[in-house]
Unconditional design. Structure first.
Length: 243
């Protein structure tokens, strides 16, 4: 049964493959557009949510400064685009899974859904940590500038910074999923990863220091420490799955 299914997939023409890709792509575009429209409608609530780290860092003084009449529209469009992409992530991963599944073996398909779910979960964890650590990052950056400065932030630049930080944290938290996939594929072994743990810890710390957008020590540690824990968790999980 599996052989017949794989034979059918392998026998698809280039046109059929392109049609399949187009179908999946259109589903993703429709999902992003629909959820982006909802994000556009609920812009005030989303902006208020993203503004909270700023308000926690500067209680009673967290208003944005707009100097361009178009900034409000630009901000709302950006929230719609980013919101649509973020909320569509499960659908995007699902469509990717549906596209590659027919070409996988039964053993490989068994891991497909867990990998999709774990990717969404770890991405969400990373985004959440970035959100709650962003207020500390703002407080650190304001202290670096000194008390002589009066801080009024451009909402577009603020949005770009917090979303960049959330995206980087979310993407980086896919690290254990990638490690387990490499272990299952036989590219690396749990034993090799365990022998290299010292280099991994140093590498994770350096990378966290480089890619953390805010540059503050707390955000860097909030990124590095979970990744170090995930590294050892991936080794343990890879050892269990390879048994």
């Amino acid at each position: 049964m599996v052989w017949k299914f794989r034979h059918k997939v392998e026998g698809m023409t280039l046109a059929q493959h392109l049609t399949e890709i187009r179908h999946r792509f259109l589903v993703v575009i429709a999902a992003v557009a629909t959820l982006g429209t909802l994000a556009f409608v609920f812009y005030p609530q989303i902006l208020h949510f993203l503004q909270q780290p700023y308000c926690h860092a500067s209680p009673g003084h967290c208003n944005f400064l707009v100097t361009n009449p178009l900034d409000g529209l630009t901000l709302r469009i950006k929230i719609a685009i980013y919101g649509g992409a973020f909320f569509s992530l499960p659908i995007i991963l699902w469509q990717m899974w549906r596209f590659i599944t027919p070409g996988l073996k039964a053993q490989e398909r068994k891991y497909a859904i867990p990998f999709v779910l774990s990717s969404v979960i770890f991405f969400t964890i990373g985004v959440t940590i970035a959100y709650f650590s962003f207020g500390h990052a703002i407080r650190f950056l304001e202290s670096i500038g000194g008390k002589s400065l009066v801080n009024y932030y451009d909402p577009v630049q603020y949005l770009s910074l917090i979303l960049l930080m959330m995206f980087i944290f979310g993407l980086t938290f896919e690290f254990p999923v990638v490690l387990v996939a490499l272990e299952l594929a036989g590219i690396v072994t749990p034993r090799q990863l365990l022998r290299s743990w010292r280099y991994a810890v140093i590498g994770i710390t350096v990378v966290a220091a480089v890619i953390t957008p805010s540059g503050d020590p707390l955000s860097m540690m909030a990124l590095a420490l979970p990744l170090i824990v995930f590294y050892f968790m991936a080794i343990a999980l890879g050892h269990i799955l390879k048994r």
